[in-house]
Design a protein around this ligand. Structure first.
Ligand SMILES: [Zn+2]
Length: 235
């Protein structure tokens, strides 16, 4: 037995270790056993999401909703597998919906030489996935007592963070990484890096007790202070 795939963040909320602690998904369980999965990792992470589900004592039939923070292949890549296994469509912010449905990617930030070079590389192929609901900013989803959609565009046009209000778990998505400390995602992997930096400030205004990241481990000790400090350093 290796390390468990899931890390409990709060009652009914887990981080799923998709590529070690480097790339994460999340699971939210309602009192009645319904499970929502958020982010499915790269294509070969799909089966790992399903194993994580078993680890928390649930099965494919318990999954009632699939969600994504954004359309990039290291988050949406495993969706086709999980959608097939659970029979569910996936919900994502309206501004990323077409990319997920068609398996395409938005244009990356071309404001650096590296970014312009990166634009010319072939895009990783990703199967398209049926979209359930197109989400919008401020929406409160009926997920484990209430999951708030916080639109933080820039990394991708429809990038969203999610705040689980009952437990105070914030999932930043790729707005901020926690890989060897808090840091920005790479400029050339954002649609608009300046917008990424601008909209991340929305996270400083939220109320939360645990900051969880799609890249890197969670912060449980004074997470708001840590994120506010990080954002203040960038001004
Ligand atoms: Zn991304």
């Amino acid at each position: 037995m290796g390390r468990p795939l899931t890390v409990g963040l709060a009652p009914g909320v887990w981080r799923i270790r998709l590529i070690g602690d480097y790339t994460n998904g999340f699971a939210f369980r309602d009192d009645d056993g319904q499970v929502t999965l958020l982010d499915m990792g790269i294509a070969r992470s799909g089966p790992r999401v399903m194993r994580a589900l078993e680890e928390i004592g649930a099965g494919p039939g318990d999954v009632t909703r699939l969600l994504l923070t954004h359309c990039h292949p290291d988050h949406a890549g495993g969706t086709a597998h999980v959608a097939e296994a659970t029979g569910r469509a996936v919900d994502v912010h309206a501004d990323d919906a077409a990319y997920v449905r068609d398996g395409t990617q938005p244009l990356n930030d071309g404001s650096s030489r590296l970014g312009r070079l990166f634009r010319r590389l072939p895009q990783p192929a990703m199967p398209g996935v049926p979209i359930g609901e197109e989400l919008h900013d401020g929406q409160l989803l009926d997920v484990a007592g209430g999951l708030r959609v916080v639109h933080t565009p820039g990394h991708s046009p429809g990038h969203a963070s999610y705040l689980h209000e009952p437990t105070g778990v914030l999932v930043t998505g790729d707005a901020i990484f926690n890989v060897l400390g808090l840091r920005w995602p790479l400029r050339m992997l954002c649609s608009d890096f300046a917008m990424t930096q601008r909209t991340a400030h929305r996270l400083a205004e939220l109320d939360y007790r645990v900051a969880a990241f799609t890249h890197g481990p969670e912060i449980r000790e004074r997470p708001r202070e840590a994120i506010r400090r990080f954002l203040a350093r960038q001004d």
